[in-house]
Design a binder for this molecule. Structure first.
Ligand code: GAL
Length: 388
């Protein structure tokens, strides 16, 4: 485990160095939607979140709302039940309600072009929050975590924990993949980040995939639904593991899918080994599984800080500025963030992005990373509870 922590520290250091090297040096593209008038104080912010049924969006919503209100803004916060059509009409209502700026997490990244044209026509700047909105030039900025690194951390955790070595083909392990929602632009980044780390071991025969399902489309989970991940893993276990084949790793892109996979393994897996299961988000149920040894790791993204970046960015835009990498320094953030104008292209050009740094959380560093840091409190039942 020390090795894993050392790896995490080394990775964090590398990321800090990368952040220092790139944040200020890149040229700053022009924001595409300037606000109609500068709003010094008391403007109105429309926040469109995808669903309350995935834990993190409740936390994001309340962090954003509270932080905007603390700066004197009023906030209209809507959730769209993971329904892309409803989200379009929710955003139309926010525009009709004369918001000065929109913060949007798309249900379907491809379905907002028309409504965002209306926002652009009304000179309402749009921040694409966490998930990149595709096929529009109406978004000014993207705020997220380094999504490829999320998957990379998962893959590296598997390599490190199993002690995989390309020079040693004497042992092999069985792995199955569960990825996210194809309508979410992040899902491909997460999957590719993990797969790029693991595919050399698959090619060398050190990792085997008994189901044969290694393509994103084969392993994707619509809307990140726990039940869908559960059903698919039950089918895989019945079809490929019933005869006593051992499952060693279930690489899951996030916690909601990890939850379903863990349930399927709990009820339908015949083996006695403990399966290495990855996740992402630090959902409470998954942290409880970490404590109980049912899930091995989660990639944690401090969404409170993602909200801080968004609020400072929105504030600068509404004051008539055109923020770039300098915002990182001028805001005095105590966490790492990179200004990246290269990585995220939404088919309409590159979108200037503020990217925060994800970390690995396991049973061993959970207290330090999540509780001592103040993101969670430790419940009297021994399980962490999210703050906010
Ligand atoms: C992604 C997000 C993840 C996870 C997932 C499910 O877009 O980056 O943190 O929450 O959606 O909602």
């Amino acid at each position: 485990m020390k090795k894993v922590i050392a790896l995490v520290l080394a990775l964090s250091l590398a990321l800090v160095l990368v952040a220092c090297g790139t944040s200020a040096s890149k040229e700053s593209p022009k924001a595409s939607a300037e606000p109609s008038a500068t709003v010094a104080e008391g403007g109105k912010i429309g926040i469109a979140m995808p669903t309350k049924s995935l834990e993190r969006w409740n936390r994001d919503g309340s962090f954003l709302k509270n932080q905007f209100e603390a700066k004197g803004y009023t906030v209209d916060l809507v959730y769209s039940d993971n329904d892309a059509t409803k989200q379009v009409s929710d955003i139309e209502n926010l525009i009709a309600g004369k918001v000065n700026l929109l913060v949007i997490v798309a249900v379907d990244g491809e379905s907002l072009s028309t409504v965002l044209q209306t926002a652009a026509d009304s000179k309402i700047p749009v921040i694409s929050y966490d998930r990149l909105i595709m096929n529009t030039d109406a978004i000014s900025y993207y705020v997220s975590f380094d999504n490829y690194t999320v998957g990379k951390l998962q893959g590296e955790y598997v390599v490190e924990t199993l002690g995989l070595d390309l020079a040693d083909t004497s042992k092999s392990y069985n792995i199955e993949f569960t990825a996210g929602d194809p309508a979410d632009n992040n899902a491909g980044f997460f999957f590719n980040g993990a797969f790029d780390v693991l595919s050399p071991y698959i090619d060398a025969g050190i990792l085997k995939v008994p189901s044969g399902q290694t393509k994103f489309e084969e392993v994707a989970t619509a809307q990140w639904k726990t039940e869908k991940a559960l059903d698919r893993m039950q089918n895989i276990l019945a079809s490929f593991y019933a005869g006593g084949t051992q499952l060693d790793v279930a690489l899951c892109s996030n916690d909601s899918t990890a939850l379903g996979v863990t349930q399927a393994i709990g009820s339908d897996y015949k083996g006695t080994n403990s399966v290495l299961i990855t996740g992402q988000d630090g959902d409470e149920a998954n942290l409880a599984n970490l404590v109980d040894g049912k899930q091995s790791m989660t990639v944690y993204k401090a969404v409170a800080n993602e909200a801080v970046v968004t609020v400072n960015l929105a504030d600068a835009i509404l004051k008539g500025e055109t923020p770039n990498g300098d915002l990182i320094k001028s805001s005095g953030w105590t966490f790492d963030c990179t200004y990246d104008t290269d990585t995220y292209d939404n088919n309409n050009g590159k979108v200037p992005s503020y990217l925060l740094v994800p970390i690995i959380v396991t049973k061993d560093n959970l207290q330090k990373e999540l509780v001592d840091s103040g993101y969670y409190t430790m419940g009297t039942d021994g399980y962490p509870k999210a703050v906010g």
